[in-house]
Design a protein around this ligand. Structure first.
Ligand SMILES: *Cc1c(COP(=O)(O)O)cnc(C)c1O
Length: 391
């Protein structure tokens, strides 16, 4: 590009767009700068490439700005991935993985306790595209072999499972899948990419809703898809860039900020969740506490073997005399636990699932999921106690 000629004074309308003044560089902020941008400028036409594989030769905002690529690189470093792609949300990350690995005629396997919208995607949109998504029992382990077919293109794991919190034997599933040449994707949101080492346990693709722990403040939606190897990089990268799923640099900037406090938040959340969950086990109203670090939770031994810690979200099942109306009454009497979907932020949340049918003995409608935040544990316990007294 030619320089603007310093001697020429353009019309003010032109000067609004073109200026000779530029901030003096280098400026080194401790924080990652927020780079917004659709168009990327080139000095020479020969540099004007739009190949998404060029990680550092920026081509178009769609394929990343320094801010979005920095977030991907940071998540990749944390998870030990070959590469991490950033998607506009956790669910977008999930749908991206399906479209990267499945074709019309493909079969995919998904645990019965998977994140609800993932199951819905299989039942509706993917079925319409000729992709069959079949459910399997989360305790299946190496028994998954019986459900693998010649056209199985993808096996999902989610551990712990959404709402019901069962831990899966991911290494056994990965070994069995790989023996048949099938890639394994894990929804690793609960572990924030750190409490469970997906790649060390044989997973090929690790997905996170960065919305939860990495964002950490309930003010953004982002997802990540981390791949173990070059093959995953090609498949996911091509699908991502052809679909045009791109994330806002502003949200990525917030996620980069959230990431810096992930360790202290997770430590504190783990302690508070264990404190509250343990107190709940002593309550006469409670039949079961589903928290993977507690012995009664299905898959607890696997959690001890494979995880380095537990997080902020868990569920309780109230005793059989608790009707759905009474469960709702209890929830609505809570003051510090607010009713809302999602988890992983700084505020405590609560949600019931009256239509939940996968638990035995009609337990589903008596299940309440709790997410603890950064409040003082004794205040949270007092809140739960006063709501029990009122219900
Ligand atoms: C929240 C969540 C998602 C989806 O994330 P969004 O960013 O809300 O789209 C996916 N998987 C799990 C396990 C989740 O909890």
């Amino acid at each position: 590009m030619a320089e603007l000629k310093p001697g020429i004074r353009h019309h003010w309308r032109t000067r609004l767009i073109h200026a000779n003044t530029r901030p003096s560089m280098p400026f080194r902020s401790l924080a990652t700068p927020l780079y917004r941008g659709s168009t990327v400028l080139f000095d020479r036409f020969a540099d004007a490439s739009d190949d998404w594989r060029q990680a550092t030769g920026y081509s178009y905002g769609q394929y990343g700005t320094p801010t979005t690529l920095e977030l991907g690189a940071r998540v990749a470093e944390l998870e030990g991935a070959r590469h991490t792609f950033i998607a506009p949300g956790g669910l977008a990350a999930i749908s991206l993985v399906y479209l990267a690995y499945c074709r019309s005629g493909s079969h995919a396997l998904l645990p019965r306790n998977a994140y609800g919208p993932n199951s819905e995607l299989g039942r509706d949109l993917l079925r319409g595209l000729g992709i069959e998504v079949e459910a399997y029992e989360p305790g299946i382990g190496a028994g998954i072999a019986a459900q693998i077919r010649d056209n199985t293109a993808l096996i999902w794991c989610e551990s712990p499972g959404s709402v019901t919190m069962e831990i899966e034997d991911v290494p056994a599933i990965a070994r069995t899948a790989h023996a048949r040449g099938v890639p394994v994707a894990l929804d690793n949101t609960y572990a924030a990419g750190v409490l469970f080492d997906a790649f060390a346990h044989g997973v090929d693709v690790s997905v996170q809703a960065l919305t939860k722990y990495i964002g950490g403040h309930s003010d953004l939606l982002l997802g990540s898809v981390s791949v173990a190897d070059d093959q995953g990089f090609e498949r996911v990268g091509q699908a991502l860039n052809q679909l045009g799923l791109c994330a806002s640099p502003d949200d990525c900037s917030l996620a980069l900020r959230g990431m810096q406090t992930l360790a202290v938040r997770l430590d504190r959340l783990e302690q508070t969740a264990l404190r509250v969950a343990t107190w709940l086990t002593s309550r006469p109203e409670v039949e079961l506490v589903l928290h993977p670090a507690l012995r009664d939770c299905p898959g607890h031994e696997l959690w001890k073997r494979d995880f380095s810690g537990s997080a902020s979200v868990f569920s309780v099942v109230l005793r059989p005399e608790w009707t759905p109306a009474r469960v709702v009454g209890w929830m609505e009497s809570l003051a510090l636990f607010q009713m809302g979907f999602s988890w992983g932020g700084v505020a405590s949340l609560v949600m019931a699932y009256p239509k939940l049918s996968r638990l035995p003995e009609g337990r589903g409608p008596r299940l309440v999921r709790l997410n603890v935040g950064l409040e003082e544990p004794e205040d949270l316990i007092a809140d739960l106690a006063q709501a029990f007294d009122r219900a």
